[in-house]
Design a protein. Sequence first.
Length: 446
Amino acid sequence: MHIGGVTIVEGPPPAMEDFLEQIRRRLHLVPRYRQKLAHTALDSGRPVWIDDPSFNLDYHIRHTALPAPGRWEQLQDLTARIFSQQLDRSKPLWEMWLIEGLEDDRFALITKTHHSLIDGIAGVDLATVLFDLSPDPPPVTNSGRPWQPHSEPGTVQLVAAGLAGALRAGVELAEGAIDALSHPERAIARAREAAEGVGEIIWAGLNPAPETPLNVPIGPHRRFVGITSELEDFKAVKNAFGGTVNDVVLAIVAGAMRSFLISRGRRTDGVEMRALVPVSVRTEDERLGVGNRLVVMRGPLPVYIADPLNRLRFVSRAMEGLKESKQALGAEVIAGAQNFAPPTILAQASRLNFSTRLFNLIVTNVPGPQFPLYVLGREMLKAIPVAFLPENHALAIAIMSYNGQMNFGLLGDFDALPDIDSIGEDIADELANFVSLARESVAATA
């Protein structure tokens, strides 16, 4: 469950020592990056984050180069190999790769971070560890003394830390109970809404997603394809036909999935695939926090609809209905319940909220900064996100906007998706078709 991204940066790569120093000076901004997970004896409490006393930045920052000619296809293959390898659970759960040898006098960065450390929305903010807003930023220094890790806690301390987290959640629960006693009508209304929301998720579980060639046992090896497009094209479609940018994304993905099923000899009549669409519930005040603040909704992918505009209208209506329903609230209730759950109950709640039977693939759309970022004075030209593959899911699609671009990252199982390049081409073709229709619509009304 590691996530990350591929970025293309203009100019020759920095010296490795300069790159290491750039990160070393800023690691105090993200202390979790020097922490690892510790488990209690007999798993009697939740895992806790502790300082890694043997933290070594040189281990987490990797350095390699592409063979000549350094084409984009070679970088995609390297990305797939890097994301095929699990992170070492005994160390802080992240890696960063500096890739030399790209054509056109460019270099790349590949980041890989475990999902437990970060979510997509906060990840954009945590990139400030490396990226600057201008080519000549003021120096960032840690004015305090050099970092000294806390000594590793013993068994008793680990058990106490796990229980302390549950106790804090218990205090919050008690405070909620006091509020309920003071305002019973409000508490009853909230409880009714929460129960209805959880009920909607359970009902969804009784109606699993359809079986497709994507939902098969997968192995450890991956394929990766990146597609670059323009955010303005998605906005043009939205403005011409209504809905949101995310509705356009889902309609495009649905069209590509329709072509994929047809290419595999599958019928699409009456088939509605489902996408797991993560939604961040992180508040504005929590934007710089670490950890996961995500709920999920199950977005429709009506692959039975051939006409692109009818498909977009269907997706827009369905997504609007989901937002008005209590499904997202129910997911948040379940996520909140995890804060007070021992490991076994937590696992059960996670399976209810994230059952792999409920969806066919992940489609996550992350809004990124709409201005250029820089690393050591060099401009970041392109940013493509990478998601992860749940069990029995051979494809995950991550989308991120950056500085006027809208970039898709497709991660697939190596054996199940030898034709992942065709899915990328179908996404590009679907977008081009939507843009053409939008232009025709604008011209007709001019």
